[in-house]
Design a binder for this molecule. Structure first.
Ligand code: S3P
Length: 428
């Protein structure tokens, strides 16, 4: 399917809304919940392309998940022989976490995915799991991968790349291994797995960048959880409201995990008018309300630890930077090249069609601002975040912008266009 999204230059946005559930937490609720002893109850689950792939996978592993809209109920405990073949579609998080889960299971499974997912690097997850004893065959470091039963032993791993997916896969294997497993991160990465495991009563300790799990005799308690709204989806609305003068919007019930809030820090440094109010906590995750008013921006530098805390938001940050006074430098972000697509090369290529001035770097980009954008025909290249970033650029651009291959947006943010339209944007 190749759907198109048409966006016209819009004036101010106004209104209050929520965004769909957090994608990272939705994947984890299914995967970690499948190991829990008892009935899991999950509300606010994200029903999107990527997480539906995880739902299909968990069901094919013998877990009877009942779904009513965004609510899931399912009894975890014992996984059973799968259909032998699990399709993770475009979902890198599903595939990488499932390898860790399946490494400790007494049956054989093959994990595969779309052509897009088959291009993504898997050695980063396979190598540490093999060191624990896992029996995995891959296809030149990529999917398809076959995981066969093997006894696992805990060990200490120092991550080469800052990746929460790899960390989570090792922790999942560690829960099923003999002894203790420790992951040492290069810096603080997203920690939803740790928070959820702690809430489930696992033997997990976090000490700075050291995360340790002990399989022990502890059985995991089932989840009773309402998933907060996804800050990575809210990011597109936040930048849209910031860039359209006179806007005032409010987003309720958003996850505010500090390992995810790099975009808010960078935008505020650029002069954005964003107020953040934490209101509650869900399974160890802070949740709150964001209020955003339109404002002018100035260029900034984003690198180091902040990049890890904003990795999925860098495409939309680049769109914000096209409207900022002066240069914005994004560095230390080479990981962007191995996301759904090469998010440095493809973003620069597509934003240039709208008139942006972007210099590509090996590990990031320099965005020269401010530039007057003009409507054009652009393409998401099958990448949800690229599609949404281009749509927001289209709201700012003069005239009409057409984003092709826009169905990819449904991988993480179903109702994206409707949410913007509700706030007054001309999109459809
Ligand atoms: C995710 C981790 C990040 C992020 C991805 C979701 C997760 O990837 O980009 O969208 O849920 O663990 P890496 O682990 O590759 O950094």
């Amino acid at each position: 399917m190749n759907t198109q999204l048409t966006i016209r230059h819009s004036s101010r946005l106004h209104g209050t809304l929520t965004v769909p559930g957090d994608k990272s937490i939705s994947h984890r609720a299914l995967i970690l919940g499948s190991l829990a002893r008892g009935q899991n109850r999950v509300r606010g689950w994200l029903a999107a392309g990527d997480t539906l792939a995880t739902l299909g996978a968990i069901r094919s592993l013998g877990i009877d998940v009942q779904r009513r809209g965004n609510d899931l109920t399912f009894r975890g405990g014992t996984l059973s022989r799968s259909l032998g073949h699990v399709n993770c579609m475009n979902a890198g998080t599903a595939m990488r976490l499932l390898v860790g889960l399946l490494a400790g299971q007494p049956f054989e499974t093959t994990l595969d995915g779309s052509d897009q997912l088959r291009k993504r690097p898997m050695r980063r997850v396979v190598d540490p799991l093999r060191a624990m004893g896992a029996n995995i065959t891959e296809t030149e470091g990529r999917a398809p991968m076959t995981i066969r039963p093997a006894p696992l032993v805990g060990m200490e791993h120092r991550l080469k790349v800052a990746s929460a997916q790899v960390k989570s896969a090792i922790l999942l294997a560690g829960l099923q291994a003999q002894g203790t497993t420790t992951v040492i991160e290069p810096g603080p990465g997203r920690d939803h797995t740790e928070r959820m495991l702690a809430a489930m009563g696992a033997n997990i300790t976090v000490n700075g960048t050291f995360v340790t799990v002990d399989s022990g005799e502890v059985s995991l308690a089932p989840l009773e959880l309402t998933i907060p709204g996804d800050l990575s989806s809210a990011a597109f609305l936040i930048v849209a409201a910031t860039l359209l003068p006179g806007s005032t919007i409010q987003i309720d019930g958003v996850g505010l995990n500090p390992t995810r809030t790099g975009l808010l820090d960078a935008l505020r440094r650029m002069g954005a008018d964003i107020s953040i109010e934490a209101t509650s906590e869900e399974a160890g995750e802070p949740v709150g309300t964001l209020r955003i008013c339109g404002s002018g921006l100035r260029g900034t530098e984003v690198g180091g630890a902040e990049v890890v805390r904003a990795i999925d938001e860098l495409p939309i940050l680049a769109v914000a930077a096209t409207q900022a006074d002066g240069d914005t430098v994004i560095r230390d972000a080479a990981e962007l090249r191995v996301k759904e697509v090469d998010r440095i090369g493809m973003l620069a290529q597509e934003l240039r069609k709208l008139g942006a001035e972007i210099e590509e770097q090996d590990d990031g980009m320099i965005v020269h601002g401010p530039t007057k954008l003009h409507g054009a025909q652009v393409n998401s290249h099958g990448d949800h975040r690229l599609g949404m970033a281009l749509a927001v650029a289209g709201l700012v651009a003069e005239g009409e912008t057409c984003v092709e291959d826009a169905d990819s947006i449904g991988d993480s943010f179903p109702g994206f266009a409707e949410s913007l339209a509700k706030l007054g944007a001309e999109i459809g």
